[in-house]
Design a protein around this ligand. Structure first.
Ligand SMILES: C[S@@+](CC[C@H](N)C(=O)[O-])C[C@H]1O[C@@H](n2cnc3c(N)ncnc32)[C@H](O)[C@@H]1O
Length: 385
């Protein structure tokens, strides 16, 4: 397959390959998504929503942010009353979730709103501009460049993300004759991509060992070492509070089942998905499912205790989604029925309801149970981390 996409970015990638002979798939993906000004996320191109390449829950309806806000209210009132209450959103995209959460707090819990410091950590300058414009009327929102900019043990509140970890660059690995190799890429004539295999490095082998992963022979899959590092940074920076991670993914035991022999890596371009990673470079999203067992395991090493793992449907229903649906039903107007249809997408198993999972971790909280985890799905292997 030829390397196609944004010309300036392809030149940067070609130069890097020429200099080193080859680059790891992880480094290719990192450049494709995050190379300054040229990467998919770092350039000014519409990504999320109807004119973009994919939808996220925050785009669908304000109820998603409002229900998350309800969870934050319970946490503030019953679990930690430190002031200011810090809500740290990681990878805020267009800022819709922040907008819905802050509006809900302002209208319904003014005392909490007045004591809330909303902190956004966002890697994309394009998204930061959109967020700043949308949130300009909220004086309690601040932007911090990176989670490492916080002092250790300094955050009191909730650190949460919606579809952050799935957008990290991943190592692509293959198991052949019992041995683990990492995929690198080089270029032949006419910019044709050739994948080459090199023996996997220690970090990858340690990850597989630490998580007890034994891949089926012949499998190609992804290893998200950036997620491992990131959850540990979160653990270090949190002093007291919760980490709530919403994303698509599975526990290890499910992620590496033989029916996923090509892993979960996919590209999204104009609402169509493909496995053409080397096409539309810089113009399409590349994403993989999150290994939630890894977030649990490495989070624990950094002081985050595991509270629970559920799916989005159960989480949102626990927080009152049915009440919102009932209220809309009673209104009996066109707009309310439109909203009901959108909200169904959030909970239906074939929509986002089962595909999206919620992991909750905490630190330094007595009696940590929260409403979002009250009723759990049947704890089959798909839910055991
Ligand atoms: C798939 S989008 C999700 C956006 C948003 N949370 C939503 O639900 O619509 C991923 C977002 O995470 C940001 N991102 C990726 N890596 C990041 C990092 N290391 N730190 C902060 N933001 C990051 C991307 O720029 C993008 O805005």
């Amino acid at each position: 397959m030829r390397l196609t996409g944004k010309k300036e970015l392809i030149k940067v990638i070609k130069d890097r390959i020429e200099k080193n002979g080859s680059i790891s798939f992880r480094d290719f993906m990192d450049m494709a998504l995050y190379y300054p000004e040229l990467g998919y996320y770092t350039s000014s191109k519409s990504k999320i929503g109807g004119y973009g390449d994919f939808f996220t829950a925050s785009e669908l309806d304000r109820a998603y942010g409002e229900l998350l806000a309800k969870q934050f209210v319970e946490i503030f009132e019953k679990k930690l009353t430190d002031k200011p209450f810090q809500i740290v959103e990681l990878g805020a995209g267009k800022g819709y979730l922040a907008y819905d959460i802050l509006n809900y707090l302002k209208e319904n819990h003014k005392n909490i709103f007045d004591n809330t410091e909303y902190i956004i950590i966002e890697k994309s300058p394009y998204h930061i501009d959109i967020q700043k414009d949308l949130l300009k009327d909220f004086k309690n929102v601040i932007w911090v460049q990176d989670i490492i900019d916080f002092e250790d043990n300094s955050i009191n509140g909730v650190i949460f993300s919606n579809e952050l970890f799935d957008s990290f660059p991943v190592h692509l690995i293959r198991k052949i004759d019992g041995k683990i190799y990492e995929v690198f890429i080089t270029l032949d004539k006419d910019d044709t991509v050739r994948e080459i295999l090199k023996e996997a490095n220690e970090d990858i082998l340690d990850y597989l060992k630490e998580l007890n992963i034994n891949l089926p022979e012949g499998m190609q899959t992804e290893i998200n070492l950036d997620a491992k590092d990131y959850i540990q940074k979160i653990g270090k920076k949190l002093n007291k509070g919760y980490v709530i991670t919403v994303d698509y993914g599975f526990p290890s035991a499910e992620l590496y089942k033989p029916y996923r022999m090509r892993g979960t890596l996919l590209c999204y371009h104009k609402h169509k998905y493909s496995e053409n990673f080397y096409e539309n470079v810089g113009l399409q999203d590349i994403t993989s499912h999150v290994n939630f067992s890894a977030l649990k395991y490495y989070g624990e090493l950094a002081g985050l205790k595991y509270l629970g793992f559920t799916d989005q449907a159960h989480f949102l229903i626990n927080l009152g989604l049915i009440d919102i649906l009932n209220e809309l039903q009673q209104r009996d107007d066109y707009e309310s029925y439109e909203r009901i249809n959108r909200l169904k997408t959030l909970v239906l198993p074939k929509g986002m309801g089962e595909k999206f999972k919620v992991l909750v971790q905490y630190k330094n909280i007595l009696n940590p149970n929260i409403k979002g985890l009250e009723l759990l799905p049947y704890q089959s292997e798909r839910y055991r981390l």
